[in-house]
Write a protein that binds this ligand. Structure first.
Ligand code: NDP
Length: 452
């Protein structure tokens, strides 16, 4: 069969949608990658012949299970849990666990698909997976969260393992939840192995894992700016979210001499024209993570700020934008507003925060735009380093890990540049660069295995 006999992207996407009905997030993630990969593999017969893209877009397996738990009032509650193991061509499955009311199979399949390319981009030997449950931790007591985590792990433990699949945190899953899940894994299996990352420092966790995703997203921005002779210093930044990724992205922007103007949560955003400095970031971290409060209370504490209920921050004039909350939180209109207001750099701390229309707007305007699979890979990279430390039963110092994180982000940036060049222009299409660089390593490993 020759190349010209193969399906085009529209036929390919029709097939993806037909085989995955009612899964729009998954189809969106596949389309964003396919738009670049189809062009790249046009003259590469082997990838067509072995149906590599079609195979990457079909998870190795999707495990779904019932999770029963008892709330503080003695009611029996039933949730659904999943683990999507997308691809382990280059290493054990690796990817976070999300607890959020909106979690469903489509969301987890898109995240596992994205994770496959992201993990490949880090240059480390890790495959792609994602898991979670439609469990809303908001308003739950510590004991309710503990009982849920224990019940979740009572099924998940059969499908994971230090050399099989190593989950981590994501939205709604932080140090508390990882601790409860690791405790239950250890109790069931009687094994102390690096089966989860994001653990507490007392039981095998790695320094800077908490900071790594947010810091990494800013390092990516800095690398893109340095390449064109610019930097974060003196720039204004608009950030969405106020969780793990958002607060650490804000921290690194401030450390590099930038000014953070906004942060948000699912209730709206705060705008502080004086800048959200380290002291204010510390207040947000304590308020959101430890007190599990709402961002709107920021304006009672810091009087110069305003709260905008039910809105997203993209209308605030800025030089840099970092979407760090959730998927599809920035659309084509938002992208147009950012571009019109002079935004020159976008780095996605969240996974797929920009919808396809927004992606096209940023690409067409030649904004320095790093997609999540490149920009937020610092977290999984340090997770992989946590796995190495656990296997060797050692702990690296903060200095060593900070250097490794920065080097990893530089490596990701350079791999994007290698594949994202635009003929006749200095501009780099970081989306194309990330998609192709992530694809090539996984695809070549799959070719080596034959049809399996
Ligand atoms: P957290 O749970 O710590 O924080 C999530 C933040 O996003 C909160 O401020 C939350 O607000 C907000 N948010 C969640 N859902 C919505 C929504 N539907 N609309 C508006 N705001 C929302 O999660 P993380 O910081 O860990 O994750 C944020 C993003 O980064 C996700 O896309 C995740 O997949 C991605 N990511 C995370 C990594 C990590 O290391 N943690 C690694 C790579 C990517 P509220 O408090 O109101 O719910």
């Amino acid at each position: 069969m020759s190349v010209k006999d193969h399906v085009d992207i529209n036929q390919f996407m029709e097939g993806v949608k037909r085989r995955n009905p009612g899964q729009p997030e998954f189809a969106q993630a596949v389309q964003e990658v396919a738009e670049d990969i189809f062009d790249f593999i046009q003259d590469k017969e082997e990838y067509h012949e072995y149906q590599i893209l079609r195979r990457i877009a079909e998870p190795d397996r999707v495990i779904s299970f019932r999770v029963c738990w008892e709330d503080d009032q003695g009611n029996i509650r039933v949730q659904r849990g999943w683990r999507v193991q997308n691809n382990n061509a280059i290493g054990p499955y690796k990817g976070g666990i999300r607890f959020h009311a909106d979690v469903n199979e489509s969301v987890l399949k898109f995240l596992a698909f994205e994770q496959t390319f992201k993990n490949s981009l880090t240059g480390l030997a890790i495959g792609g997976a994602k898991g979670g449950a439609n469990f809303n931790p908001k308003g739950k007591s510590d004991h309710e969260v503990m009982r849920f985590c224990q019940s979740f792990m009572t099924e998940l433990y059969r499908h994971v393992g230090a050399d099989v699949d190593v989950p981590a945190g994501d939205i709604g899953v932080g140090a508390r939840e990882i601790g409860y899940m690791f405790g239950q894994y250890k109790r069931i299996t009687n094994q102390f192995t690096g089966v989860l990352t994001g653990k507490g420092l007392e039981f095998g966790g790695s320094l800077i894992r908490t900071e790594a995703t947010g810091y990494g997203a800013v390092y990516m921005l800095q690398e893109m700016l340095l390449r064109i002779g610019n930097s974060v210093e003196g720039k204004t930044a608009v950030i969405s979210g106020s969780g793990n990724v958002a607060t650490h992205a804000a921290e690194k922007i401030v450390q590099l001499g930038g000014k953070v103007l906004t942060m948000s949560d699912s209730g709206g955003f705060i705008h502080d024209p004086d800048g959200i400095d380290q002291e204010k970031i510390d207040w947000i971290k304590a308020h959101k993570t430890h007190r599990r409060g709402r961002i709107e209370e920021y304006v009672k504490e810091f009087k110069t700020a305003s709260f905008h209920a039910g809105e997203r921050p993209w209308g605030v004039k800025c030089d840099l934008a970092l979407p760090c909350a959730t998927q599809n939180e920035l659309d084509g209109h938002d992208a147009e507003v950012l571009i019109k207001n002079g935004c020159m750099g976008v780095s996605e701390g969240a996974n797929m925060p920009t919808n396809l229309d927004g992606v096209h707007k940023f690409k067409d305007a030649e904004v320095l735009y790093a997609p999540g699979k490149a920009a937020n890979a610092g977290g999984v990279a340090v997770s992989a380093l946590e796995m190495s430390q656990n296997s060797a039963r050692i702990s690296w110092t903060e200095d060593q890990l900070q250097t490794l994180l920065l080097d990893t982000m530089k490596g990701i940036h350079n791999r994007c540049v290698e594949y994202g060049g635009t003929p006749g222009s200095e501009h780099i299409d970081y989306v194309r660069g990330a998609n192709i660089a992530g694809f090539v390593k996984v695809a070549d490993a799959m070719l080596a295995y034959g049809v399996v």
